[in-house]
Write a protein that binds this ligand. Structure first.
Ligand code: ADP
Ligand code: F6P
Length: 325
């Protein structure tokens, strides 16, 4: 590990998330303020291996804080799971004088960052994913924007569901985590929320609930279904057949990953990006930044990856109570 950082690299990896640009901007401006050089690595680890490396200055991050996506592009790079390519990545960093690296992404991206740290490139992870599924942190860049985007879309679907007196099964993102589903379920007043963390596949309970709400005269029945459970179309068909209530499925999909970041996402992304540079300047490496119990903190990547988190049980209880009309 080098003692004094001179050049910081920054990349975004895995699924994009609104606010990644704000984080890139913060890394660049904080580094420049400290007299360091900054290099942007395009397309995550794939771009690193292809040496897609550009010089960045204060102007190269002008007018991006409000933009969704990532100006550095992002990619998934399976090769990077192998030592041979990790070593090549570290060599390329050294060749370009990159002695400190900020990786903005999720758990998978942090594993790559950890490998680079062990190969002598001081590396800090910044949590960026709409799924909120990074255990060490209460907040991940992009979650707030994504839930607001989904919430607005679900409100619209609710209007048409009510007009037609239908059941709507709405699938939100979350490969293995139900945070988006739970938050939208509460915010949209959904009648049912299916979470990978809690749903046991018992459709009877859901079907009976739909029959009950129909009987008491509810004009719609909104089911928020997390992507991790999936099968929204077949579930809607079954609901229609078994309950007699017309049903439609909508998969919100990638629209949840786009759009201008909310204030919350911009602020946290900016502070985390700046902090990543500060940690590198303090000689730290192999760490990931988190927002925990109202404070910005950092953890060793190994420790962060070993942590587990679950959805908030009280939030889940309240969500169920609120849907009982
Ligand atoms: P996320 O970072 O959002 O969790 P992925 O799981 O898709 O997204 O991981 C993003 C990228 O991180 C992968 O395409 C790969 O390049 C890198 N990565 C994932 N797992 C590892 C690993 N075990 N070792 C090294 N790199 C990894
Ligand atoms: O960013 C996380 C996520 O949105 C997951 O919820 C989803 O399963 C996945 O990315 C889909 O990513 P892609 O379509 O880019 O493979």
């Amino acid at each position: 590990m080098s003692e004094k950082i001179e050049t910081i690299g920054v990349l975004t990896s895995g699924g994009d998330a609104p606010g990644m640009n704000a984080a890139i901007r913060a890394v660049v401006r904080q580094a420049l303020a400290k007299g360091l050089k900054v290099k942007g690595i395009k397309r995550g680890y794939a771009g690193l291996l292809n040496e897609e490396i550009i010089d960045m200055d204060a102007k190269s991050v002008s007018d991006i804080i409000q933009k969704g996506g990532t100006i550095l592009y992002t990619a998934r790079c399976d090769e990077f799971r192998f030592e041979e390519y990790q070593k090549k990545g570290a060599e390329i960093c050294k060749k370009h004088g990159i002695d400190g690296l900020v990786v903005i992404g999720g758990d998978g991206s942090f594993k790559g960052a950890q490998k680079l740290s062990h190969l002598g490139i001081n590396t800090i992870g910044v949590p960026g994913t709409i799924d909120l599924d990074i255990a060490c942190t209460d907040y991940t860049i992009g979650f707030d924007t994504a839930v607001n985007t989904a919430m607005e879309a679900i409100d619209k679907i609710r209007d048409t569901s009510t007009s037609h007196e239908r059941c709507s099964v709405i699938e939100v993102m979350g490969r293995s985590a139900g945070y988006i589903a739970l938050w939208c379920g509460i915010a949209n007043g959904a009648e049912d929320i299916l979470l990978p963390e809690r749903y046991d596949g018992n459709e009877e309970i859901l079907l009976n609930h739909i029959k009950q709400t129909k009987e008491i005269g509810k004009k719609h029945h909104i089911v928020i279904n997390a992507e991790g459970i999936g099968h929204s179309a077949s579930l809607a068909k079954k609901i229609e057949t078994e309950t007699g209530m017309e049903a439609r499925a909508t998969i919100l999909g990638h629209m949840q990953r786009g759009g201008s970041p909310t204030c919350t996402d911009r602020v946290h992304a900016t502070v985390m990006g700046a902090l990543a540079v500060d940690l590198l300047c303090q000689g730290k490496s192999d760490r990931v930044i988190a927002y925990k119990d109202g404070k910005y903190v950092d953890f060793e990547i190994d420790e962060a990856l070993a942590m587990k988190k679950d959805i908030d049980e009280y939030q889940f209880t309240v969500s169920k109570l609120m849907s009982r009309a």
